[in-house]
Ligand binder design. Structure first.
Ligand SMILES: Nc1ncnc2c1ncn2[C@@H]1O[C@H](COP(=O)(O)OP(=O)(O)OP(=O)(O)O)[C@@H](O)[C@H]1O
Ligand SMILES: [Mg+2]
Length: 240
């Protein structure tokens, strides 16, 4: 498995107690598999992505990313594995306001030490893939919310990751734009053999994913009811 999380527990300090955000969570995602994680606010979805992205170290359990067991890895090793194998798209577009769309992508290649010429080729390919070839010289304030989100996605793919982690990519978008972003993620996942995990509140996008997992009270479970119609017919948490 390209992304594997085994029996992970994550707690946060909470006054003189602790708050359990991930309670013995398991997750396996193979290459080319598009997995959605749904569930109520505060249930632990972003915490799960942060552990998968190696931004947080769990209290216990094992995390394997692209064949590397990162559980006991040093911060430097985790940073390197993230840079080389993981793309992360946060809910808030964290683009640099002074850079053009093309430059946002080139920064990633610079960090990884790729040659500038190869980086420019890759960046232009990706801007074409997200349908922004004609916007490469635009800065974030000159782009729409959906366009900024597409730059974010292209940037996350710049270093050819095997694992793509996406937190609520459609929350700032209307339904139609949301569907377009998730269709794009589905296509990129298949074409590039990515192991993609997308956190979403947007049930309308679920027919586009391969698998839906539900997070509730820090626990993750497989939800066999994949489509919007199924989920609406039997609301989450209502039991079978
Ligand atoms: N840095 C932190 N310190 C302490 N508690 C935190 C921290 N980050 C998150 N939490 C708590 O951990 C729990 C899980 O938070 P998380 O952000 O993973 O939820 P979520 O499912 O992503 O919610 P949302 O849908 O609102 O984004 C919540 O109770 C939250 O308050
Ligand atoms: Mg969240």
């Amino acid at each position: 498995m390209t992304l594997r999380i085994d029996d992970v527990v994550l707690t946060y300090p909470d006054g003189d107690r602790t708050l359990t955000a991930l309670d013995h969570v398991d997750l396996d995602v193979a290459r080319g598999e598009f997995t959605a994680v749904v569930g109520p606010s505060g249930s632990g979805k972003s915490s799960l992505l942060a552990v998968a992205a190696m931004l947080l170290t769990p209290d216990s359990g094992r995390v394997t990313v692209a064949g590397h067991d990162v559980s006991g890895a040093s911060p430097a090793a985790r940073t390197r594995i993230r840079r080389d194998h993981v793309g992360v798209v946060f809910q808030q577009s964290n683009l640099l306001s002074s850079l053009t769309a093309l430059e946002q992508l080139l920064v990633m290649a610079h960090i990884s030490g790729a040659s500038p010429r190869a980086a420019a080729v890759r960046a232009r390919e990706l801007l074409i893939a997200v349908d922004l070839a004609d916007k490469e010289h635009k800065r974030p304030h000159q782009l729409s919310g959906g366009e900024r989100q597409r730059v974010n996605i292209a940037r996350a793919l710049m270093n050819r990751p095997e694992v793509l982690l996406v937190d609520e990519p459609t929350s700032a978008l209307d339904h139609e734009r949301g569907i377009r972003i998730v269709s794009l993620l589905a296509g990129l996942t298949r074409e590039n053999g990515l192991a993609t995990v997308m956190v979403t509140h947007d049930l309308g996008t679920l027919p586009l994913v391969d698998r839906v997992l539900t997070m509730a009270d820090a626990r993750l479970s497989e939800d066999g009811r994949k489509t919007k119609a199924d989920l609406l017919a039997a609301p989450m948490g209502a039991g079978e």
